[in-house]
Design a protein around this ligand. Structure first.
Ligand code: S3P
Length: 436
């Protein structure tokens, strides 16, 4: 991942057909971590073999957990039990993966050994006090470097269950606290101002842990034991999002995305796009397992700009970059506010998307917590994705509607969440190529 990749788009995509996207990133991370601390062998199918989830697998392997990968997307984890992880012999390098770092900080806060968590340049600049400070309130010894990684955890501290109230809805922080709570005395409760993705809660239940859930809050008791589980990971809605928008703005015929996770804490992009006039159908929904899944059928059609209701933003935050791409070719203005968290993702996604869109001739106003984008004619040229996977894929989709090719630099991190993106983009009819 050290070499830089350039995407080049060719205008005039003709999107349509039927595809599957790779497994869900959030669910894959959690399956690897919970499998590692469960008793018995967990089998995961549809595991996302992207660089982020591989960083989690490598980290748990470095703590003595036996992992087998008998086939594509299949991972077997011989769980060590909650008290069975071993001290890693070196710092755990989580590369580009914020989810790995924040969730592992919670998991390791109550262990009996020391650990240091590091990552690549992007991860080393991301805020970590949001997880370290509440863990300290539970009695953990967790230090950051002026709020950023490395995170140094000094193990062997007894943890106390605490009531936490999050200022910002964050599934990563909530999950870290629940994982620490499994190892704390008493109850650990997390309250949040808006629902963040609830994959940890659902998966803990699949591993046999009792989770108390009520509106806006979740709690676990310390001392629980996890029983190994079989986890079938659905397609990642956040990866599907790129093709949902591609089908809308560059479709020739309907595009169907098979077996995508449609957990309601993730799918607000569909609601937003419908408000913009999109025809998106959710078919064959099943709720048989812990995560709902469905086929998503997208019918091409024009979009109109809207003021996006702020209530829909938290459950569409990772999809904002591709929504901005859609807004660039919508009729009229699209206004997003309440999305300030985008500034502390893999890049400052408000700034990087605004700069890229402006350089392609789109009129964009940047606000502290959002963007106002006036739909228009997209020109060609060059944009720098700043090593942010979702920014790179958003411009790759928008390229179908540009008047000339777009060169997208620093696209190598697309492999963190979406291995095979370029091949799939070509298969659905986007004119995308890749150069190193
Ligand atoms: C994730 C939570 C979200 C999301 C990230 C994955 C997770 O971050 O942006 O891509 O798997 O828990 P926050 O929890 O910081 O909102």
């Amino acid at each position: 991942m050290s070499t830089s990749t350039r995407f080049v788009t060719n205008p005039g995509g003709q999107v349509g057909g039927e595809i599957r996207v790779p497994g869900d990133k959030s669910i894959s991370h959690r399956a690897a971590m919970l499998g590692a601390i469960a008793e018995g062998t967990t089998e995961i199918r549809g595991f996302l073999e992207g660089a982020d989830c591989m960083a989690t697998l490598d980290a748990v392997a470095a703590m003595g957990v036996a992992i087998e990968r008998p086939g594509a997307g299949v991972v077997r984890i011989r769980g060590a039990g909650l008290g069975g992880l071993r001290a890693p012999s070196a710092a755990l390098d989580l590369r580009n993966s914020g989810t790995s770092m924040r969730l592992l900080a919670g998991l390791l806060a109550g262990q009996g050994f020391d650990a240091i968590l590091i990552g690549d340049a992007s991860l080393m600049s991301r805020p970590m006090e949001r997880v370290a400070a509440p863990l300290r309130r539970m009695g953990a010894d967790v230090r950051t470097n002026e709020g950023r990684p490395p995170i140094a955890i000094h193990g062997g501290r007894p943890l106390e269950g605490v009531d936490h109230r999050l200022d910002v809805p964050s599934a990563q922080v909530k999950s870290a606290l629940l994982l620490a709570g499994l190892q704390a005395a008493g109850r650990t409760r997390v309250r949040e101002p808006a629902p963040s993705r609830d994959h940890t809660e659902r998966m803990l239940e699949a591993f046999g842990v009792k989770v108390d859930r009520a509106a806006g809050e979740v709690a676990v008791a310390g001392g629980a034991r996890l029983r190994a589980a079989r986890i079938d990971v659905p397609g990642d809605f956040s990866s599907a999002a790129f093709f949902i928008v591609a089908a809308l703005i560059a479709g020739r015929e309907p595009l169907t995305l098979l077996d995508v996770g449609v957990n309601p804490t993730r799918t607000a992009l569909i609601d937003i796009l419908r408000l913009m006039g999109a025809d998106i159908r959710v078919n064959n929904r099943t709720d048989a397992e812990s995560e709902p899944r469905a086929d998503i059928q997208v019918h091409p059609g024009g979009l109109r700009g809207i003021a996006v209701p702020e209530s829909l933003v938290p459950a569409a935050l990772d999809e904002m970059p591709v929504l901005f791409a859609a807004a660039a070719v919508a009729d009229g203005d699209t206004i997003v506010s309440g999305a300030g968290e985008l500034r502390v993702k893999e890049s400052d996604r408000l700034a990087v998307m605004a700069r890229g869109l402006a350089s392609l001739g789109i009129s964009v106003e940047t606000r502290p917590d959002g963007l106002r984008i006036r739909g228009g004619t997209v020109g060609g040229g060059g944009v720098d994705s700043q090593g942010d996977h979702r920014v790179a894929m958003s411009f790759a989709v928008l390229g179908a509607r540009a008047r000339a090719p777009i060169a997208i630099d620093n696209a190598q991190n697309v492999a963190t969440s979406f291995p095979g993106f370029t091949d799939l983009a070509q298969a659905v009819g986007l004119g995308l190529s890749e150069a190193s």
